[in-house]
Write a protein that binds this ligand. Structure first.
Ligand code: PXP
Length: 248
């Protein structure tokens, strides 16, 4: 299955990271989200972590009430977060692993080992009309399990690929990209909608954007970082342009 257009989901967590560094309300992640939408974001992603280190409950509620585009609620598959999603009814819920001590989401969700825990939570979210996405390693066995769990979407973890790009390791970059390409093709063949994200930046996005099965990329840190230098709207426009050039 080939996706004709590639959506850009902008993750605004790190606007909240900056806000929380000083307390108070500035900068406001909701304002950033609206600016990103104005600049061409197709959706907004926010991760409400258990420790509330960046996005807070009130941010999620404000995003849900003002956004003119789909809200992707990134969350751990805990009862607390499932209940929050049921209340909020975002367009999508991306289930991620969460470790308290990690700096960011370090690996994909272990959907093989955790299938018994995940299955009823995925079913409940789907039944509520929320499009469930599983943030997973790019691996064919994992695609099979996502299909068995009846999640409509997988988001392939691009972290290892992006690390290889950053290290300038051409062989590892090619290896990691090939894993993503294989998983995307295999997963799409099973009927899964394929997303990708984590660590993507202007110097790494094109080869991933070029993969024909991909329907959406979710990008945060690089956009918020680049916004310091060129402004958020320009950073979003530059990322979109890179994605579109890669697809053309
Ligand atoms: N997708 C998922 C599931 C994530 O956990 C993250 C990080 O919060 C991203 C995409 C965005 O990653 P980055 O901030 O490195 O662009």
């Amino acid at each position: 299955m080939q996706s004709s257009s590639l959506r850009l989901g902008v993750n605004i967590d790190h606007v909240a990271t900056v806000r929380n560094a000083r307390g108070g309300r500035y900068p406001d992640p909701v304002r950033a989200a609206l600016m990103a939408v104005e600049a061409g974001a197709d959706g907004i992603t926010a991760h409400l972590r258990e420790d509330r280190r960046h996005i807070r409950d009130a941010d999620m509620e404000a995003l849900k009430s003002v956004l003119p585009v789909p809200l992707n609620f990134e969350m751990a598959a805990t009862d607390e977060m499932v209940a929050m999603a049921m209340r909020l009814r975002p367009h999508a819920a991306c289930l991620v692993p969460e470790k308290r001590e990690e700096r960011t989401t370090e690996g994909g969700l272990d959907i093989v080992g955790a299938r018994d825990h995940l299955a009823p939570r995925i079913a409940a979210l789907c039944e509520a009309g929320i499009r469930v996405s599983l943030f997973v390693e790019p691996d064919e066995r994992v695609m099979d399990m996502a299909r068995r769990l009846e999640a409509p979407v997988v988001e392939l973890h691009t972290g290892s690929y992006c690390e290889a790009v950053a290290e300038g390791d051409a062989a590892r970059t090619a290896h990691e990209l090939a894993r993503i390409a294989r998983a995307a093709e295999y997963g799409a063949g099973l009927g899964l909608e394929i997303h990708a994200g984590h660590g993507l930046a202007l110097d790494s996005v094109a080869p991933v954007a070029r993969l024909p099965e991909l329907a959406e990329l979710n990008i945060g840190h690089a956009l918020i970082g680049e916004a310091i230098f060129v402004g958020l709207a320009q950073a979003v426009r530059d990322m979109r342009a890179a994605m579109e050039a890669a697809r053309a």
